[in-house]
Design a protein around this ligand. Structure first.
Ligand code: IDP
Ligand code: MG
Length: 152
């Protein structure tokens, strides 16, 4: 298994429901290493770049509002961004996170335990985790400067 880095965001529903510590606890328990962390004010531009591959999906505009905390009253649109590093980190964090749709996420995963689909159909799935190596590289470069990530 190669050493990988992956981007994690604690989404606004996770922050609002005080699940940040719990998510970090599960990530730490995996043995992967936290190598970057900061609070980020999510601009419209950053949100759209982060989710650029989903532009055109019917849920896209709500997704941009969601990640900016507009449904959860986040002050200054701030969310916690993290980079974890370790063997097979991308797939392992995806497994800890669970499936995209919280109703389909396995019990015991973060999304399976704590996510929900609102009555309006909005997925509230607590965390973002990079989907593959290409996404991870692009997303980490988007959210972090190289100097903000601990060297290996
Ligand atoms: P992922 O977060 O598991 O990688 P993606 O397909 O990359 O899933 O979608 C990014 C985010 O867009 C999801 O985490 C979720 O917040 C939202 N999303 C994806 N599919 C749907 C949908 O069918 N309805 C509502 N929101 C969705
Ligand atoms: Mg994705």
């Amino acid at each position: 298994m190669p050493i990988e880095q992956t981007l994690i965001l604690i989404k606004p529903d996770g922050a609002a429901r005080r699940l940040t510590g719990l998510a970090v606890d599960r990530l730490d328990a995996s043995g992967l290493e936290m190598v970057a962390a900061k609070m980020v004010s999510v601009s419209e531009d950053l949100a759209r770049k982060h989710y650029q591959d989903l532009a055109g999906k019917p849920f896209f505009e709500n997704l941009i509002r969601y990640i900016r905390g507009e449904f959860h009253g986040l002050k200054d649109h701030r969310i916690l961004a993290l980079v974890y590093r370790g063997e097979g980190a991308i797939a392992r964090v995806r497994q800890i996170a669970g499936a995209t749709n919280p109703e389909e996420a396995a019990p015991g995963t973060i999304r399976g335990s704590f996510g929900r689909v609102t009555t309006k159909g909005q997925f509230e799935n607590v965390i973002h985790a990079s989907g593959n190596a290409a996404d991870a590289a692009r997303e980490i470069a988007l959210w972090f400067k190289p100097a903000e990530i601990l060297p290996s």
